[in-house]
Design a protein around this ligand. Structure first.
Ligand code: FAD
Length: 532
């Protein structure tokens, strides 16, 4: 190893960024080069598109993140013309469906809404920024509570955690009051109705500056920081292969998508944080194929609805002046319609769900002018129950050596099915959503299960664990059998999870990055990690 070891990171989302920051802070001589297949769409690099106020600029940043579906911007992304069929079904703004239906598309009839983002900052430039902590059986079984507490607190610091966001909202408080009246008696202490922790920085005008990869990178993007001199981010650079020999990685083969030039970059360690589908795809393409790779795919299924808040019940809890104040606050940032976010967290045994309740002034779809709830001055909530999926080896993504995708990498087929265990919990969540809606007002869109893939929280395909037969990575996120290959992202979460996973994945990344930094420094941590 050189005096100034180089770590190559694949992917610039929150997890690759957590690795970059933690490695550089803990290994004083290390350097990091981060490769990102997508373009930089915001300034600073990796910041949330939701912070862009100008609607045209925001739309352009989203479109440029949509990989093969990037419309007018496709040619600038290095994607060959003709690789897609125009007019296809599109995904959530800023993301692109894996199964987009054109040439080189993945095959995902059992998970049609599965999607990804291809841009600096990854999905973390488009996310909703909800960062609840995992609870009970959602937590990783191989990390003890004391260490977990420290890791998750560090992750919250990296993401600029806010538990008090929107606590001042009187409408938000009224929603909590009504939900507590309906459900409070059934929920254990500490797991009742509360505000949902989010990632970002409250602004003086009451709005939020939402967190993205830029928040996690922090000083690495600051020219005056020493850390930035050891960090390099290369956008529009696709990693095609991890080079390795006898359980040791030696570097990565990268393609500059602007020029088409391919080079091998030597590295002392490689971190792959390229999302739950494309990370295992890259390992597979590189001939790294442990049996659990791509298997045990989970997400949390989502039963959603939209409710018009009941004018009488709200007026009993919120004065006209308070409502006027709230509307004035929101008018300052009309580009960001979310005004208050509440939740009921997962708890066992009686509430194995996560309810997320987003208050907004308008519904997410237009209402006919003669609809009884049209123009409801008290506003609406969009709310949904996250329902867990039990990990099974049958669910996963397979890679083909014969058929290549639009990037020339092994094409993917998703195999996924709900079992009667999930169906029963989905039915129970649907019933609860009915109660929640009735407690708050009137449904303008009744409870319905979103198609598989809709959560965008894909887990399990490179699970971490203590048994190499059932996991891809060891408890420090190192790929079994490799000295210096580390993986990161939601794919490492081995448990059945009902909620937003990014905070958990950042905590796991902090642990893996500290261990890697220790190995790079050749210090005591390295020995401890090997022994452990
Ligand atoms: P990503 O952010 O997906 O980044 C991976 C990056 O790797 C991508 O930019 C990709 O282009 C790049 N890449 C892939 N292959 C290669 C390659 N071969 N070479 C180079 N680069 C490559 N999570 C929450 O916890 N809370 C939320 O409220 C929430 N809301 C969301 C809302 C939306 C609309 C979306 C889209 C996502 C949401 N998420 C949420 C999910 C969250 O954004 C992800 O969990 C998080 O971004 C994962 O981080 P990551 O770094 O592992 O992967």
């Amino acid at each position: 190893m050189t005096d100034s070891p180089l770590v190559a990171i694949v992917g610039s989302g929150p997890i690759g960024s957590a690795y970059a920051r933690t490695i550089l802070e803990n290994a004083p001589h290390a350097r990091v080069v981060m490769f990102e297949a997508g373009p930089q769409v915001t300034t600073p690099a990796g910041s949330s598109v939701r912070n862009i106020v100008d609607p045209d600029e925001k739309a352009r940043a989203r479109e440029m993140s949509q990989g093969p579906q990037a419309g007018a911007f496709r040619e600038s992304l290095g994607i060959p013309a003709g690789a897609v069929v125009e007019g296809m079904f599109t995904a959530r703004q800023g993301t692109h469906l894996l199964d987009f239906g054109g040439e080189g598309s993945a095959h995902a009839p059992t998970s049609p809404a599965a999607a990804a983002a291809t841009n600096v900052g990854g999905q973390g430039a488009h996310w909703t920024c909800a960062i609840p902590r995992p609870a009970f059986s959602e937590k990783l079984p191989f990390i003890d509570d004391e260490e977990w507490e420290e890791l998750i607190s560090t992750a919250e610091g990296l993401l600029h955690h806010q538990s008090a966001a929107f606590t001042a909202s009187p409408v938000g408080a009224a929603i909590r009051d009504l939900l507590t009246a309906e459900f409070g008696a059934e929920l254990p202490d500490g797991y009742g109705v509360s505000t949902l922790p989010v990632a970002g920085d409250p602004q003086p005008d009451g709005s939020m500056r939402w967190a993205g990869a830029d928040t996690v990178l922090g000083p690495l993007l600051d020219d005056t920081s020493e850390l930035s001199s050891r960090f390099e981010l290369r956008d529009l650079t696709l990693v095609r292969r991890i080079e390795h020999d006898g359980g040791v990685v030696t570097g990565v083969t990268v393609e500059d998508l602007r020029t088409g030039e391919t080079t091998v970059v030597a590295a002392d360690a490689v971190v792959v944080a390229a999302d739950a589908f494309r990370s295992p795809q890259l390992l597979w393409a590189s001939g790294i194929r442990p049996a659990p790779l791509g298997r045990y795919l989970t997400e949390h299924h989502v039963v959603i609805s939209t409710v018009a808040l009941d004018p009488e019940r709200m007026a009993a809890r919120v004065t006209d002046e308070e409502l006027a104040g709230e509307l004035a606050r929101r008018a300052q940032n009309p580009a960001d319609p979310v005004a208050a976010v509440n939740r009921i967290p997962f708890s066992e045994p009686d509430h194995p769900f996560s309810l997320q309740v987003m208050y907004a002034e308008t519904p997410p779809f237009p209402l006919a002018p003669d609809h009884p709830a049209a123009g409801n001055r008290w506003g609406f909530v969009n709310m949904g129950y996250g329902v867990r999926k039990r990990p099974r080896v049958e669910d996963g993504v397979r890679f083909s050596d014969e058929e290549l995708d639009y990037r020339g990498l092994p094409n993917m087929t998703i195999e996924y099915a709900l079992t009667e265990v999930e169906e029963a919990e989905i039915a129970a969540a649907t019933e609860r959503l009915g109660r929640a809606g009735a407690a708050l007002g009137t449904f303008v869109a009744g409870p319905r299960l979103l198609p598989n893939g809709s959560s965008l929280h894909f887990m399990g395909t490179m699970r971490a664990g203590t048994d190499a037969a059932e996991s891809v990575a060891d408890p420090y996120s190192r790929v079994w059998g490799f000295e210096n290959l580390v993986v990161g992202g939601n794919a490492l979460i081995p448990t059945a999870n009902t909620m937003n996973p990014t905070l958990t994945s950042v905590a796991i990344a902090v642990r893996g990055a500290r261990a890697l930094a220790g190995r790079l420094a050749g210090g005591a941590l390295a020995d401890e990690v090997r022994a452990g």
